[in-house]
Structure formats: structure tokens, C-alpha cells
Design a protein. Structure first.
Length: 555
């Protein structure tokens, strides 16, 4: 059995999560739940990205330490992921000693293997704030497309930048134009990896098209060496004499969290991180088959497709990413999410009023998996009422309620019809293939097409009439409906786990598995209740009005 590593993108701990960011993270949990149901060994890790100047600057404004400031949002993230049912094996944070240790070890390996070198360059310095400015604290105009951009990357054309590349540069902190001053730093010799990374990209499979397209563009333009250290006072110390006033740059440090979190998990649980990372474990042991998924947004493609593989190449012997699942962008009511304008659906807020399965379902069925998509309150509420409640919830409730009413709450005698026996087996196979390929929307649509067939079957069989004419035939119909429901609790568990857990409690089912199951006749139904409540459509106008008011307030 293949060992499955799943690395979820690390949310930046300088503000609440919004739905657009959540959409890029959710697929990791779907994968983890699916592979565990298949019986695979899974290691699913992530954490809060707590370093970087934005955290330090905001903390200073509030008069707290950067760790305290980041810790506030880390705790909020942990709470949100718990409410959403995320099943991380470890969710940690980058300002922990375990992470710092691994990052410094990787840094020294890269240096010792000849992939890091010192260089003095001119970098942006703010004379008013008396500090060197990291990339994201220099803003200006992209020299390639002419749009507004930060000093590390242009969100419009996806070009990788250095702050000195920007036109009309200003300091984000105070708005004054920075000057250029010399400073010495370590650089990652990314250009040395050009042919190796090109071969890696050409021979790998399982990347989404956006990741392939963007990565090939960067390779065609020619990889540029990038600074691996920065003049910062918050982050991971550079383990080299003479660099005590500098930190390891966050872009090289944050991606290293996938490995540091794996090692931390092993330390805390007694597990073997080596089984998910080492190409050759040594000690005469057999190397397990490893498949590594990385789940993130489109804006993080180069860090996962080029920089992290380059670090892994440089360190040697570590497993490279197999599948990059980079989602596209989600807009909000036709406009780009904007944290500065407070134009966002904040995850803590939506979870305070709506079921987590409703959020999970929408972000898969209508999320930005293959193309940019839009969140609207109208679509969200109609999606809940029409599909979750109207199709799935309705089939479960009316089938089991009929068993309660007509058969004293005991599953009646029956035989699974060949059509359903075959359909169920096909469902596990086809939905599983879609999930393994990162095609979550297709998997969900495939399962829901089956739910619509099941509702049609119930309507055509008319058990309320069968009961009067032939109780045996009625029992047969409902027996088939119960088997369908039990298997839906497996098939939909990666997507909407809370309602599937409820079904398991109704039917006394064991933990999810990825193969067909049956419920024996005579088993009692326990504690039946509605899976979903209808959302009043008047909420559409109410939520839209609240969103408009939100812009004038403060988050």
C-alpha cells in the first residue's frame, strides 16, 4: 500500500481566514479522509505561517510580541479547522523550536552541498523607518505588465520579482520611496537547477494545468537566484557566524514546514516520518511507495513547483512532490476578495451561522478547482437548499422515516437489486479515481447524479402504495434505499463528514471504508433527525446587505 503524504498550504497568521483561502486548503482534508478510508498510511500536516514582517509590524502597532500576535490567529485557525472537521495529523506553527531546528539543518545542508552562496547586493532601505524592507513591504508597478505589484510577485501576470525590479517603489509601512543600500546575504543558486527542474517538470504527472503552465513559463524565462536570508528581526536565525542580525527568508523557511511538521509529528506520536519522505531509508529496510500531494492556491505555485523541489534536490534523498493541486481564485459577489477593504466572507463568521457541511459542499461543488469562480449568497443558499437538503437530505430522511413508520424502525427484509449492487461498486471505483486525480468536483457530481437516481427510484416504487398492496415489496424497496444510504455515508464522508457521521449513528455503522457495505435486515434505526434545515431565502438579501455594511466598518 502506498504511503500518502499530504501537505496543506500554511495560512499566514496575520488575519482571519476568508473563504477564498479556505477553498484552496479544503482539498487536503478530502484526500486525507479518502485515503484513510481506503486503508492507506496517511500523513497530513500543515500549520500557521507565523513569521514575516507583516506579523512583526502589526504586533508592534498593538504593543504585543510577534509571537503573541501570530498566536491569536493560530488559535483562531485551529478552532475553524476543528469546526470544519479537518483531520490534520499535525497542525503546528512556524515559530516553534522544532521548526527552527529543521530549517537551520536544511540551510546548512544546502550551503555544504554548494547550493547557497554569499553575495552583496543593493536592497530597498526605508530611511524614515530605518530598516531594510522585505519583498512584501515594497510596493510599486510591475515592470512586465504595468499593474500594481508587491516586491516578490505580481498577482496579475504571476511574474516573480525582486523589490528593486518595481517601478515607482514605495515603502508599504510609511509610503515613502525607499533608497537602495548594499547588504550581504546568502542566495539560493536556483539557476543551477534549471535543467534538473525542467526534467522533473517534464517527467512528472498529476499536476493541475495551471501549475504546469506557470512553472514552464518560469523555466522558459530562465530561473534567477533568489536571496535566502533577509535583514529581519523576526524569524529563523541564520546558523552562520556573522549573520546574527539576519533571518532565513520566509519563502525558503515556510515551505520547509512540510518536513519540520512531519518530524514533529514523528517525535510526538512515535511514528516514522522517514516512511513519507526518504527515497532510501537505509538500514536494509524496504523503501515504501510514497505519493506526495501538495494542496495550495495558484499564487503559491512557484514555491511548490520550483523552490521546494530545489531545496529537496539540494538536501538530497527526499521525496519530491508528485501532485500539485493548485486551485484558481474565488471572487465574492463578482469582486476580488480584499482584506484591506473588508470585502470578504470570514470563515469564523460563516461558521457561526451555517453548517460546516454546507460550507464544505459549496467550496467543492462551486469552488475554483479548474477555473476562477464566484461566491454569492444566492448560490450558497440555493446550493444548500437544492442539493444538500433537496436531494441528499430528502432521500435519507424520507427513506428512514418510512422505515420508522411502516416497519417499527427496523430495516425490513429485502435483496439488493443488481442495478444498485453494480452502481454502488462503480461509484466507489469512479469517485475514487476522480479524488486521487484531484478532481473533487467531478467526484462529487458523480455521486450526486447517483443520489438523483435513488430519489427517482423511491418515487417510481411508491412505497406508500406498495405498503398497502404488498408489504413485502415495500420492504424490498426500503431495504434497497437503506443500502444506498449506508454506502452514501462512505462515499460522501470525505466531502461532508458531519452529515455522514449522523447517518452512521442512525444505522449503527462502523468507521468509513472505501468499499460497498450492507446493513442487515432487523437492525434498528436510532435517533433519526433531519440532516439539514432549509435556509430561508430571505437570508440572501440580509447577508448581502451585511456584506455591504461590512466595508464601512472594520474587521
Amino acid at each position: 500500500m502506498t504511503n500518502i503524504f499530504i501537505g496543506g498550504a500554511w495560512p499566514y497568521a496575520n488575519g482571519s481566514l476568508h473563504l477564498g483561502r479556505l477553498a484552496s486548503i479544503l482539498p487536503g482534508d478530502i484526500l486525507a479522509r479518502y485515503y484513510r478510508a481506503k486503508g492507506a498510511q496517511v500523513l497530513y500536516v500543515s500549520g500557521s505561517d507565523c513569521h514575516g514582517t507583516p506579523v512583526a509590524v502589526q504586533a508592534a502597532k498593538e504593543g504585543v510580541t510577534p509571537g503573541e500576535f501570530a498566536g491569536r490567529y493560530h488559535a483562531e485557525f485551529v478552532d475553524c479547522f476543528s469546526k470544519l472537521g479537518f483531520t490534520y495529523d499535525l497542525y503546528t506553527r512556524t515559530d516553534q523550536p522544532a521548526h527552527h531546528t529543521v530549517v537551520r539543518e536544511l540551510f546548512l545542508k544546502l550551503r555544504d552541498n554548494g547550493y547557497l552562496y554569499k553575495k552583496t547586493t543593493l536592497q530597498c532601505y526605508c530611511e524614515r523607518d530605518q530598516r531594510f524592507l522585505p519583498d512584501r513591504y515594497v510596493e510599486g508597478t510591475c515592470p512586465n505588465c504595468g499593474q500594481p505589484a508587491r516586491g516578490d510577485q505580481c498577482d496579475y501576470c504571476s511574474a516573480l520579482l525582486d523589490p528593486s525590479d518595481l517601478l515607482e517603489r514605495v515603502c508599504k509601512i510609511c509610503g515613502t520611496p525607499p533608497v537602495l543600500r548594499p547588504t550581504e546575504h546568502y542566495y539560493l543558486a536556483l539557476s543551477n537547477y534549471q535543467s534538473k527542474l525542467a526534467h522533473y517538470v517534464d517527467t512528472t504527472s498529476g499536476w493541475r494545468e495551471n501549475a504546469v503552465r506557470l512553472t514552464r513559463r518560469y523555466l522558459q524565462e530562465g530561473l534567477q537566484d533568489r536571496a535566502a536570508t533577509r535583514d529581519l528581526d523576526w524569524g529563523v536565525d541564520v546558523p552562520v557566524e556573522g549573520f546574527s542580525d539576519k533571518k532565513i527568508y520566509v519563502w525558503i523557511e515556510a515551505v520547509s514546514g512540510y518536513l519540520s511538521a512531519s518530524k514533529q509529528w514523528a517525535t510526538e506520536t512515535g511514528g516514522r516520518w522517514e516512511d513519507f519522505w526518504l527515497e532510501n531509508p537505509g538500514n536494509g529496510s524496504q523503501n515504501p511507495d510514497i505519493r506526495a500531494y501538495y494542496v495550495h492556491g495558484k499564487d503559491n505555485v512557484p514555491f511548490h513547483s520550483l523552490i521546494w523541489p530545489a531545496i529537496l534536490f539540494g538536501a538530497g534523498g527526499l521525496h519530491l512532490p508528485d501532485q500539485l493541486l493548485a486551485c484558481e481564485y474565488m471572487t465574492l459577489e463578482g469582486q476580488k476578495f480584499s482584506t484591506s477593504r473588508n470585502w470578504a466572507i470570514w470563515v469564523p463568521d460563516i461558521l457561526s451561522r451555517y453548517q460546516p457541511d454546507s460550507v464544505r459542499y459549496f467550496l467543492v461543488a462551486n469552488g475554483p478547482e479548474k477555473r476562477d469562480t464566484d461566491f454569492s449568497w444566492r448560490e450558497f443558499i440555493h446550493s444548500h437548499n437544492g442539493e444538500l437538503l433537496g436531494a441528499f437530505g430528502n432521500f435519507v430522511n424520507r427513506s428512514l422515516a418510512f422505515v420508522n413508520k411502516a416497519f417499527e424502525g427496523l430495516v425490513p427484509e429485502g435483496v439488493l437489486e443488481p442495478q444498485w449492487d453494480n452502481n454502488i461498486k462503480v461509484l466507489y471505483t469512479k469517485a475514487g479515481e476522480h479524488i486521487e486525480a484531484g478532481q473533487f468536483k467531478d467526484a462529487l457530481e458523480f455521486i450526486f447524479s447517483y443520489i438523483r437516481q435513488a430519489n427517482k427510484y423511491f418515487d417510481e416504487q411508491k412505497p406508500w402504495i406498495e405498503l398497502k398492496v404488498s408489504p413485502v415489496s415495500c420492504g424490498h424497496t426500503l431495504y434497497n434505499c437503506v443500502q444506498i444510504i449506508a454506502n452514501l455515508a462512505n462515499l460522501l464522508s470525505p466531502f461532508i463528514p458531519f452529515s455522514c457521521d449522523q447517518i452512521r449513528s442512525f444505522l449503527s455503522l462502523e468507521e468509513p471504508c472505501w468499499h460497498s457495505i450492507s446493513v442487515p435486515a432487523g437492525r434498528a434505526i436510532h435517533g433519526l433527525k433531519l440532516l439539514f434545515d432549509r435556509i430561508d431565502v430571505n437570508r440572501i438579501e440580509e447577508e448581502t446587505a451585511l456584506l455591504d455594511k461590512q466595508i464601512t466598518g472594520s474587521h
